[in-house]
Ligand binder design. Structure first.
Ligand code: ATP
Length: 332
């Protein structure tokens, strides 16, 4: 079996001549759950929209995207459509933008089953009901003929997941799937993603601002900043000992209700405009660890002895103290 179900190499994206993704290298193994975190505008969504050929025509995409060893970057529409929804499915933050408001829910799921698995008639209906049941829609048979507005926000997200599962994907990309939901429903959707991965063995890419959610769902995490990966490692590595000052900053900015009131330390400044990036590290203007060289030289993303990848000339050296580390893992 191919060790990498998906392999992105030097993936670059530009819009109208402005580069927003600067050569992403990452892999997702079969059945693995990979988290992608970073502030808004860092390129998390664009990475996967580019990989799946879903960016608008004005986007220039270069590099390599291999799915099960087969190159799909720049592939024909039929190649990309074969991958999307079949081998790889993607769900988004706002299910209402993906569900068709004038088509009954059951019909939308059976259409996905016809498209991806050639099922029709009673077989498609039976499978659609099974999927609705699997994602936790109560009384699926009675609700099969309802429209999306007759379901709650959390149920619409469950229905989106059911549609995504229709093609029996090897990889589900969940782009901020819980951001629009309230806290209890968020927790239920996270549980569902964990349960579905365990039941089906599909890999998951989980894109989120929420480090706590990422730690629950994922095995490995990539931290992105200004269109680049700045640190990548196992959940345990990055949570117990973040080395990139940006990763550390993301952790320090998590509000904690049981911590001291002054514990929350927001990262100063804002994500840079991709039009105005310097030759140095993009995080340097916000970084308390920055040295002179960081302003004009960019650190490469390099493998470290402990297996993580890191792009920083002056990383956070000290490990967190054991109690602080324990608190962090308990809090999220
Ligand atoms: N269709 C587009 N046209 C022009 N620029 C775009 C387009 N889509 C994304 N961008 C730009 O690409 C960069 C990366 O955006 P992206 O949506 O990937 O960020 P993100 O990390 O997913 O943020 P968020 O968490 O807010 O979704 C941003 O600077 C954004 O403005």
């Amino acid at each position: 079996m191919n060790p990498h179900f998906v392999e992105l190499r030097d993936l670059k994206v530009a819009f109208d001549g402005v580069t927003v993704l600067h050569g992403i290298d990452l892999t997702v193994g079969p059945g693995e759950a990979l988290g992608l975190v970073g502030e808004s505008g860092c390129g998390k969504s664009v990475t996967w929209l580019a990989a799946l050929g879903l960016l608008p025509g004005k986007a220039s995409v270069t590099g390599s995207v291999k799915v099960d060893g087969r190159e799909i970057c720049g592939g024909s529409r039929s190649v990309l459509e074969g991958v999307r929804g079949g081998r790889i499915a993607m769900i988004f933050q706002d299910p209402s933008s993906s569900l068709n408001p004038v088509l009954r829910i059951g019909r939308q799921i059976t259409e996905a089953l016809t498209l991806h698995r050639g099922l029709s008639g009673e077989a498609a209906k039976a499978e659609a009901l099974r999927l609705m049941d699997m994602v936790g829609i109560p009384d699926a048979r009675r609700r099969f003929d309802l429209y999306s507005h007759e379901f709650s926000g959390g149920q619409c997200q469950r229905l989106m997941i059911a549609m995504a599962l229709a093609g029996q994907p090897d990889l589900l990309i969940a782009d901020e799937p819980t951001t629009a939901l309230d806290a209890t429903i968020q927790a239920q959707i996270l549980d569902l993603l964990i349960q579905l991965r365990a039941e089906t063995g599909m890999a998951t890419v989980f894109i989120s601002h929420d480090l706590g959610a990422v730690s629950q769902v994922c095995d490995r995490v990539c931290v992105m900043y200004a269109g680049r990966i700045v640190e990548q490692g196992s959940i345990e590595q990055l949570f117990s000992e973040p080395r990139h000052p940006y990763t550390r900053g993301l952790f320090d900015a998590i509000p904690r209700i049981d911590g001291p009131r002054n514990r929350l330390i927001p990262i100063p400044g804002t994500v840079p405009n991709p039009k105005h990036l310097s030759a140095g590290c993009a995080f340097a203007p916000r970084c308390a660890h920055a040295e002179d060289a960081c302003g004009w030289q960019r650190p490469a993303l390099e493998h470290q002895d402990d297996g993580r990848r890191l792009a920083c000339f002056n990383p956070v050296a000290a490990a967190r103290s054991a109690p602080a580390r324990q608190m962090m893992l308990e809090d999220v």
